[in-house]
Design a protein around this ligand. Structure first.
Ligand code: SAH
Length: 346
């Protein structure tokens, strides 16, 4: 049965009025789902009994089943969910001083096979439905130790722009006042650089944040790390990002994983600085998290500092991302489907 969170307010109004109930009942259902965290239609005490019954006959209120929860020493919490068709996805709650960020998945598996990323090693299983995306956020808000969610990043498993329509529909519901009410500027899409998706996103008139996983400043290196670069090479990707900034007036953040012996030397930093000269953007450096079996290592801390300094001395805005949840494999690229029965490499 379909999850009711697949419907936006208008769609639910259409359903409810077609059953002969007043339009405002849809708003009441939304209130129960998004504000009062109802787990059963029978809880919706201000709705006519007949409507509650009708809803329960046609929809479910939950589509994720928790299989495992792990908490890191740094309070990062990882949740492993099973979907109705026995696929698995993960979501992570990352509390910090002034915020709680939810890292959520957009697909079960991923087809882009970045060399450093554990999530992509199994290939794509399927796109997540709107409700499966939203429920991760609701779950983190209601059931994480932090019991709160202020920011959302699409940096779990999957490529959000490869599941464009469902991710955008989920974002609109997460953002909506009658939905979760999380501000657009607190929602980040992270992409491996799908040019048509970025172009489409530029037309959406949404104030969301865009992060682009760059990870190299020349095509030869990026080809090696990210097979998607063969389809959408650096110069085209950069042009597309510049257009995005022009059209939306929003900044772009470039994610750059530092991998020992591959993309983290001083010449790489210099190439990156030249490539981004005059571009209103930020670079977020991420010392690579070791991904099991992938042979990926972080450079020593000294080399990270040298890389960072070279960028900032060239006028590039640069930050260094703190790894979180490393002890529970929740750090970037480590969301690994250990429970996946068809997992190739277990
Ligand atoms: N497909 C999207 C979102 C998922 S990856 C994308 O490519 O952006 C989210 C972030 O985690 C990306 O910046 C990705 O490059 C990073 N990441 C993946 N594996 C990593 C690893 N081993 N160490 C550090 N960061 C990693």
């Amino acid at each position: 049965m379909a999850d009711i969170k697949n419907l936006n307010l208008k769609e639910l109004e259409t359903v409810i009025t077609s059953w002969g109930f007043p339009r405002f009942c849809a708003g009441q259902v939304f209130d129960w789902v998004y504000k009062k965290s109802a787990v059963d239609f029978s809880q919706m005490s201000n709705l006519p009994l007949d409507l509650r019954k009708r809803l329960a006959e046609n929809y479910v209120l939950s589509c994720l089943e928790l299989v495992k929860k792990q908490q890191s020493k740094d309070k990062t919490e990882k949740f492993l969910f099973e979907l109705a068709d026995k696929n698995f996805i993960e979501a992570v709650s990352i509390p910090a001083k002034d915020r709680v960020t939810g890292c959520i998945s957009s697909q079960a598996g991923c087809k882009f096979a970045c060399r450093f990323c554990a999530s992509g090693q199994l290939g794509l299983r399927r796109n997540l439905e709107v409700a499966e995306i939203i429920e991760q956020a609701l779950y983190l808000k209601n059931y994480s130790a932090a019991k709160k969610l202020t920011h959302i990043v699409f940096m779990g498993t999957g490529e959000p722009l490869d599941n464009y329509d469902n991710v955008l529909a989920a974002i609109r519901l997460i953002n909506a006042k009658d939905g979760m009410g999380i501000g657009a500027r607190r929602i980040t899409i992270s992409t491996c650089g799908i040019i048509p998706g970025i172009e489409k996103l530029a037309q959406e008139k949404l104030q969301i944040e865009l992060s682009v996983s760059l990870h190299a400043a020349d095509n030869a290196t990026r080809d090696k790390l990210m097979p998607v670069n063969k389809k959408y090479p650096l110069e085209q990707l950069l042009r597309c990002c510049r257009d995005y900034v022009k059209k939306t007036n929003r900044q772009v953040t470039f994610e750059y994983i530092l991998v020992k012996d591959i993309n983290s030397g001083l010449p790489d930093a210099r190439r990156l600085a030249i490539m981004l000269a005059g571009f209103d953007c930020k670079v977020n450096l991420i010392p690579a998290n070791p991904a099991r079996n992938l042979g990926i290592l972080a450079p020593p801390a000294g080399a990270v500092k040298v890389f960072q300094n070279a960028l900032s001395q060239s006028g590039v805005k640069v930050t260094l991302r703190q790894a979180r949840g490393e002890d529970i494999d929740a750090a970037c690229g480590q969301l690994r489907l250990k429970y996946e029965p068809r997992c190739k490499s277990e």
